[in-house]
Design a protein around this ligand. Sequence first.
Ligand code: FAD
Length: 392
Amino acid sequence: MNPSREDTRVAIVGGGVSGLALATFLHLSGVACVVLERRERAYVEMRQRAGVVEARGVRMFERWGLAERLLGGPVAQSIDYRIDGASHILEMAAEDGSPGRFCTQQMLVNNLLRELVDARAGDVRFGVADVVIRNDGEGRAQVLYTDAGGAHALDCDYVVGCDGNRGVSRAAIPHGVLAKTSHEFGYAWLAALVEAPVAGHPVMGVSDRGFVAQLPRGLQRSRYYLQCALSDTAQDWPDQRLWDEIRLRMGDAAIANVVVHDKEVIPLRSVVHAPMQHRRLFLAGDAAHLVPPTGAKGMNLALYDVDVLGQALVAAVREGDTRALDAYSETVLPRIWRYQEFSAWMTETMHDAGDPAQRGAFRRMTARARLAALFDSPAARRLHGEFQRGTA
Ligand SMILES: Cc1cc2nc3c(=O)[nH]c(=O)nc-3n(C[C@H](O)[C@H](O)[C@H](O)COP(=O)(O)OP(=O)(O)OC[C@H]3O[C@@H](n4cnc5c(N)ncnc54)[C@H](O)[C@@H]3O)c2cc1C
């Protein structure tokens, strides 16, 4: 049976943070778009991930006039770098008055859905399957997909792949067009979502037993991250082992066991696929790049891609001016590499400085010297703060 045919300006594959933010911007700008999301809405609404929208993202939502509606949460002020149990508080508050905001990715996604779908009747189609992108001819592009109603074909001017690292968009680009540059750090994080808020400041900790962090995930919850072996699974970390290890690495015997909602092992790696475009198909967010979570930049880079790409798509569709679209990769890749550098620096410093088995005594001492410079040198602290806030 022939698929039903429809037409739009921009088809967006993936309704995570990048796809929904891009669709909201296009909608506000009067550019017709359709989001195709393989999961059901309830699943998308429940998914827990990142926690801080940095200053650049806050300014983007302010420009759209939606910052107050999309970003709840208090202003992000400081981080507790806990070295062998001793706290070093680094301020994140920006001198230019543009700090980041603690807003979980889940909260942002929910607010985007309310704004785009419920308030503005934006077109987000959940539960789609078998997405195929046709982007090979001189003419317009086409996205094929199926849902409970059958097979569909969506003709469009442009397709944006916002479908994460395991989506179909990147694979739709012919072999040989993209170059993959990647790095494996050789260890993983056990991520545990728990029913307890961060008591003081968010913590990034170093101890002989390895890295530990506690970051806010909403007002009632937080997520602990513990460095672990790449071969570990969540089953290797029963709750009692988790809490014993948290107390030791945080240097705080008073931390109580509370409910653990989920545990996941995340290998730490950096990946960039470039260029982030081919003919009428553009990649944004995790579909194009992954950063290790140490720098908390994944969601923020996704928002940065969407900011640049959204404006370029509006210029192309509304004014026929494709210059910014043609230059999309060139425009965003320098920032992506700066954030890769910052995230790799943070990752190596925080892990080398901890467990001496990681990279040996010499690396341990040089990593600790880097951390000491961070606490003692105003210049090092300023640069670090600019990266943390996203004003670098
Ligand atoms: C545990 C964890 C902690 C993190 N912590 C942080 C942090 O503290 N700070 C930070 O900035 N970043 C963090 N990140 C990274 C951040 O969550 C990602 O960078 C961000 O989700 C990227 O957004 P995205 O829209 O590109 O991809 P995603 O959020 O992955 O969205 C992709 C969407 O595409 C859909 N999809 C996939 N395949 C298809 C298909 N074939 N057809 C249709 N739809 C499809 C998916 O269902 C999903 O909804 C973390 C990530 C994880 C996993």
